[in-house]
Design a protein around this ligand. Structure first.
Ligand SMILES: Nc1ncnc2c1ncn2[C@@H]1O[C@H](COP(=O)(O)OP(=O)(O)OP(=O)(O)O)[C@@H](O)[C@H]1O
Ligand SMILES: [Mg+2]
Length: 385
């Protein structure tokens, strides 16, 4: 009798323990579920073969896939470098864990998402491996910031170099300019010169002065990268400036049949902005267009510059029928030092300078390009202010 009582009590205790374990298990499961649902990180679990068996809501945000779309898939297929990811999974299996690994993943929209990944090998109470858990933090933005910091660092370096170059170059430029002025007076006073020769000489001297001025502007713009010079805004006719810029570039067009078509209304359009900065911007964009055409077919080259007024803004389009920009390069062309030109032909500075200028002037710059057919750069500039 007593034995039965004792067994009954024992059974009762075991039942109580079991139900409290059940509650605990339920709570733990709820707790884990809560972490999986609410974390911004991508947390996943796989079986021993690396097949996804669980995936956090954060993971859906990071990679753009829902659980229904990827459940049952090998996790390595979501990585942009599956073989390396597999090696990392194997490393975690051998060592128990592998932490702080940087891996690129493929987002559903085709972009690359960089993650800081920790992998932990899971074993059951008998010590058998049952799978892997991964905790992945999206560090794409952070990486962009790092790249930006490196860019700024290089920018500062350029600035230091530019300061030196500007200093050294501005002095001879000033002398060239002075000598050109003196030559102009000599030509004016020279007796016995044919009128036609005098005109040609004066035009050549004028070209020397204009090009010297352009060089000075370029060195000043380079300096503007480090010493943030505010724009000097004045009122001027933008169309006139565009025409003059194309004139400047005539030497670049020599020996080619590239046609430059200016397509804007005949009346002046007064704009309050910095003419030196804008000139630099146009020179860079038109020079790029000339290069793109020369690379394709200079015989049929045409650059069309269109401008039109919109409400408070001006739209300027610079269209070329050159080589175009390959799709995989399109997101890089504004990067400092990005160039597809051979050494000595391009430094990859032009578009960075353009971006810098347009930011200072409160406008925007964008482009559309069809590889093999041509490119159109679109500038938006505010009128006033
Ligand atoms: N109109 C265009 N058509 C085709 N590709 C272009 C055009 N404009 C720019 N690019 C591409 O963008 C790259 C970067 O242009 P960017 O002006 O910054 O440098 P760059 O012309 O190579 O050198 P730099 O201007 O410093 O002499 C070019 O090398 C070229 O590949
Ligand atoms: Mg350029």
């Amino acid at each position: 009798m007593e034995l039965i009582k004792e067994l009954e009590d024992k059974l009762k205790r075991v039942k109580q323990e079991l139900s409290s374990h059940k509650i605990e298990l339920h709570q733990t499961r709820g707790y884990l579920q809560c972490i999986l649902q609410n974390t911004n990180d991508m947390i996943f679990a796989t079986d021993v073969d690396g097949i996804l068996v669980s995936f956090s809501k954060g993971g859906e945000k990071v990679l753009g896939y829902t659980w229904n779309e990827i459940g049952g898939y090998p996790i390595k297929e979501l990585s942009a470098s599956p073989e390396e990811f597999q090696e990392a999974m194997e490393l975690a299996e051998r060592q128990g864990s592998a932490v702080r690994l940087e891996f690129p993943f493929k987002h559903k929209n085709g972009s690359t998402v960089y993650c800081d990944v920790s992998l932990i090998s899971l074993t059951n109470t008998k010590g058998q491996r049952v799978g892997t858990v991964g905790i992945c933090r999206d560090i794409t933005e952070w990486k962009k910031l790092q790249d930006e910091l490196m860019r700024i660092d290089r920018l500062a370096e350029i600035g230091r170099i530019a300061s030196g170059i500007a200093h050294e170059i501005n002095n001879p430029l000033a002398i060239i300019n002075e000598v050109a002025g003196w030559a102009d007076t000599v030509v004016d006073d020279a007796e016995g010169l044919k009128e036609e020769d005098r005109r040609e000489l004066k035009k050549a001297i004028n070209d020397i002065s204009e090009q010297t001025r352009r060089c000075r502007n370029i060195t000043h713009q380079l300096l503007g990268f480090v010493r943030p010079t505010p724009p000097e805004k004045v009122s001027f006719d933008l169309y006139k400036l565009l025409k003059e810029t194309v004139e400047f570039l005539k030497p670049e067009l020599k020996y080619s049949t590239i046609e430059v078509v200016l397509d804007f209304p005949p009346e002046a359009v007064l704009i309050k902005s910095d003419p030196k900065m804008l000139e630099q911007l146009f020179v860079n964009l038109i020079t790029n267009a000339i290069h793109a055409i020369k690379e394709k077919d200079p015989e049929k080259g045409i650059i069309r510059i269109k401008a039109r007024r919109m409400d408070d803004e001006l739209e300027i389009l610079i269209e070329d029928n050159g080589i175009g920009i390959p799709e995989d390069k399109q997101d890089k062309i504004f990067n400092l030092f990005f160039t597809t030109k051979p050494p000595g032909k391009g430094t990859g500075l032009g578009l960075s300078i353009c971006q810098n200028i347009i930011n200072k002037l409160g406008g925007s710059i964008g482009f559309e390009s069809t590889p093999g057919e041509g490119t159109t750069f679109r500038l938006i500039l505010p009128y006033k202010e």
